[in-house]
Unconditional design. Structure first.
Length: 108
């Protein structure tokens, strides 16, 4: 079961944030993660949600995603992200199974 971290963020201090974006990929990869979406500017199609930027990371499991977030060596980088952005982060569990279920359902 894969785990996905979805980060909705806006950058408040790019000069500080640069260090985070330069160094965080090594920690993502160490935990088996990869970028699915990397810092794109989304277009809101419905509703009031209008994130400035989105990142979606895929991990082999929700536990691996949580281990990434708890990695003691990555904590200074997370502090940089917290200090240089306004962000919200969620974990999706087993999204691929849910997507497959809905793909297999007939349209009524």
């Amino acid at each position: 079961m894969k785990g996905y971290l979805v980060l909705d963020f806006s950058i408040t201090d790019f000069n500080v944030f640069k260090e985070y974006i330069e160094k965080i990929p090594q920690f993502i990869h160490q935990h088996g993660g990869k970028y699915i979406v990397q810092g794109v500017v989304p277009e809101t199609m419905e509703g009031d949600w209008s994130p400035e930027r989105l990142v979606i990371l895929e991990f082999p499991s929700p536990e691996k995603a949580k281990a990434f977030l708890k990695d003691p060596d990555a904590q200074p980088l997370f502090a940089i992200r917290h200090d240089s952005t306004k962000s919200q982060l969620i974990l999706l569990k087993d999204a691929t199974r849910a997507l497959q279920y809905y793909r297999d359902q007939p349209v009524t």
